[in-house]
Design a protein around this ligand. Structure first.
Ligand code: CTP
Length: 399
């Protein structure tokens, strides 16, 4: 029912109904979600770390000071497409409303741009307290989705509003939120990443400095918006993205062969890989001694993007990239226009790579030009943010 590969972070706060989130976790997995659980310290009084690890099948970090070297609050904030906190206690509502971040879960919430769903559960007096009512209002104004608690028997003898809702109802709400942010559902998007390498001999190659970070960021962002993504990656050293079909290639010829098969079935191609412009025509299967290196002959690689774009079917959208070393806006724009036209692209992102900037970085800057010749100047932003901007444009072109 949901696009597979979507990642949910399930925060669990310290309420007695924490045990009900074990069922929620199971049902989310049945729906095809990958779920990372982040329990607060207080919640571990109700359900222990071992239970969450066994049920989720994933490592569970319970405090901010574990695994510090991997900066988990930032990586988990980025990796997850949705945050669901069930149960959310009155205390956690207060903390979130005041923007506090004193444990792993609250740090992740503050660092994440993903949609956030809160499932408050508490005694009726606490739920109806004006402080709680005010906190809920503040959070809703900031874009949090707050699921209304159910009515019925509470712990002890109380009856009233404040119960943890049935898992099925929570999943229905999650479904609604996901559909709102999933504007690429049903779209097949082919994305290339990294840089091709053209072998000279068994030891050496012609290559480039592309890290693949932009292509991977695009792939993760497209999948989180519901697209079916096929990532074709050349010589990257980045962790695989769960739920995304990934094909590894080395050379331009291998990349071209995969794209020729995949492009006709795709709605869009995003060509962020840096393809080596030349290959060696006299590859040697033994190491070439340095005295003989001047005998290496080069020949131009075919332009993969140009050739795919020439066979584009109506409705297919192609985004190309360009790496330019000119820092001045006019020349970037000029070469962007030229590449957009010569390669028949719908959109081009012109990277300003002067001084080796951008390669391997988490940030980028340049400009976006589309086939209507609209130009957007992109100041230094993260590659994740650029991915969202390009996918917004892609979504509108795909209709
Ligand atoms: N590209 C390609 N095949 C090639 C070279 C480039 O498909 N043999 C694609 C790149 O993936 C990128 C776009 O074309 O999306 C522009 O690449 P870029 O290297 O900026 O431009 P080139 O066309 O190679 O021109 P030049 O290197 O002369 O600037």
């Amino acid at each position: 029912m949901f696009p597979r590969g979507r990642k949910i972070l399930l925060g669990v706060a310290g309420g007695i109904s924490a045990y009900k989130s074990c069922d929620l976790l199971r049902r989310l997995q049945d729906e095809g979600f990958i779920v990372d659980v982040v329990p607060t310290a207080a919640s571990l009084n109700f359900v222990g770390k071992a239970t969450w690890e066994a049920l989720s099948g994933r490592k569970v970090i319970t405090d901010f000071w574990s695994d510090v070297e991997s900066v988990p609050h930032i990586s988990m904030a980025k990796e997850n497409d949705l945050i669901v906190i069930a149960p959310t206690t009155a205390d956690l509502l207060g903390k979130l409303a005041s923007g506090r971040a004193d444990d792993l879960l609250t740090n992740i919430v503050l660092a994440s741009t993903a949609p956030k769903i809160l499932v408050p559960a508490m005694h009726p007096e606490m739920w109806l307290n004006s402080a709680t009512v005010e906190n809920v209002k503040i959070l809703q104004q900031r874009g949090f989705f707050v699921i209304q608690p159910g009515e019925g028997r509470m712990t002890g003898s109380d009856i009233g509003v404040g119960r943890y809702p049935d898992s099925v109802n929570i999943i229905t709400e999650i479904n609604k939120v996901i559909l709102q942010s999933a504007d690429l559902v049903g779209k097949r998007i082919l994305i290339t990443a990294g840089g091709t390498r053209e072998p000279i001999d068994p030891i050496r190659f012609i290559g480039n400095r592309s890290s693949g970070k932009q292509g991977f960021a695009l792939a993760a962002a497209a999948a989180s918006r519901g697209a079916q993504v096929h990532l074709v990656t050349a010589n990257t050293d980045l962790p695989l993205i769960e739920g995304i079909t990934t094909t590894h290639v080395e050379t331009a010829a291998q990349m071209s062969a995969v794209l020729e098969i995949e492009f006709p079935h795709s709605d869009a191609l995003i060509m962020s890989a840096a393809v080596a412009d030349a290959k060696v025509s006299n590859y040697s299967d033994i190491k070439i001694k340095k005295e003989s290196l001047d005998r290496v002959e080069l020949q131009k690689n075919p332009d993969i993007l140009k050739s795919l774009a020439s066979g584009k079917k109506p409705g297919q959208v192609i985004i190309g990239f360009a790496a330019e070393t000119s820092a001045d806006f006019e020349s970037l724009e000029k070469s962007g226009h030229a590449k957009l036209a010569s390669k028949s692209l719908d959109i081009i992102y012109v990277n300003n790579v002067s001084d080796g900037a951008i390669f391997g970085s988490n940030h980028t800057q340049g400009l976006i030009i589309d086939s209507q010749l609209n130009v957007i100047k992109v100041p230094e932003i993260s590659k994740d943010t650029l991915s969202d901007i390009l996918l917004d444009q892609l979504a509108s072109k795909l209709g």
